[in-house]
Design a protein around this ligand. Structure first.
Ligand SMILES: Nc1ncnc2c1ncn2[C@@H]1O[C@H](COP(=O)(O)OP(=O)(O)OP(=O)(O)O)[C@@H](O)[C@H]1O
Length: 262
């Protein structure tokens, strides 16, 4: 990956927009998250990494309440997700999410995929929603695909549509759950470039990814999870240059050797 550097100076970051305190989550008897404390400031770009099964997906899915937690507190943009009530819809409108599998509606065109939520939940007219959708399809550099169906696009193009679709809701926060893991290697770069351009615009981002080049050059902070806990975190230079925890050293060693093998 080319060297880009979009790190913000500390004073450029805003107030905390996401706050998790003492979060514990269980699937039945199995504790998947343990004692998670995390505060994310507006404009901050965070990469979450860690071994398979360490709870990374679960953690970010809790932030838009795709998962509920049994203990602790999660506050997103001032809305307490753990207080019950009608908070869920309000938060979902503020938080965009992009998944490993692009999750586009197969029977809708690219344009319709992008206009559906703004029309249904923001009450936009078709014309208004289409204007915004075209703006973001241009932004991810595929406006010419607007009238095609998802199956007619490459994986990388579908993932860029998924990003444009999320942006059409004007989210304050974007969550990415391994957005490049299902892509052929030649398509990874186009999706990472789209994410880099979002970062350059100051979007608050939490990304679960194994793309350590992206983490190095884009993240303000990298978080390492193991066994449902945040084990280590820090700015990329420190995180990669002087990992403290033995589990992180092992993880980085494995990632490095698997990249060298390819
Ligand atoms: N719905 C579920 N019911 C029961 N167990 C689950 C469920 N979802 C996840 N788990 C378990 O919780 C643990 C954490 O899963 P999670 O997907 O959050 O990990 P991850 O770090 O994102 O892993 P990967 O890198 O493989 O995607 C795993 O052991 C998984 O099997």
């Amino acid at each position: 990956m080319e060297e880009v550097n979009v790190h913000l100076p500390d004073h450029a970051l805003g107030e905390p927009i996401i706050r998790l305190e003492g979060v514990n989550k269980f699937y039945g008897q199995f504790q998947v998250l343990t004692g998670i404390d995390l505060s994310v400031r507006a404009g901050e770009r965070i990469v979450v990494c860690g071994p398979s099964g360490s709870g990374k997906s679960t953690l970010i899915r809790c932030i838009n309440r795709l998962e509920v937690v049994q203990q602790g507190k999660i506050v997103v943009d001032g809305i307490d997700l753990t207080a019950g009530g009608k908070n869920v819809d309000a938060v979902r409108a503020e938080v965009g999410m992009v998944f490993q599998q692009f999750n586009l509606f197969p029977h809708l065109t690219i344009l319709q995929n992008c206009t559906l939520a703004p029309m249904r939940s923001r009450g936009m007219s078709k014309e208004q929603a289409e204007d915004i959708a075209m703006k973001y399809l241009k932004r991810v550099r595929i406006p010419e695909q607007a009238n095609k169906f998802p199956s007619q696009l490459s994986g990388g193009q579908q993932q860029r549509v998924a990003i444009a679709r999320a942006l059409c809701m004007s989210p304050k926060i974007m969550l990415f759950d391994e957005p490049t893991s299902a892509l052929d290697p030649e398509m990874v770069k186009e999706v990472l470039d789209t994410m880099i351009s979002l970062a350059e615009d100051g979007m608050t981002m939490l990304c679960v990814t194994h793309e350590m080049g992206f983490a190095r050059s884009v993240a303000d902070r990298v978080i390492f999870m193991a066994d449902g806990r945040i084990v280590e975190q820090g700015p990329p230079q420190e995180f990669f240059g002087a990992p403290k925890h033995e589990k992180l050293r092992q993880f980085l060693g494995q990632i490095l050797s698997s990249h060298q093998a390819h």
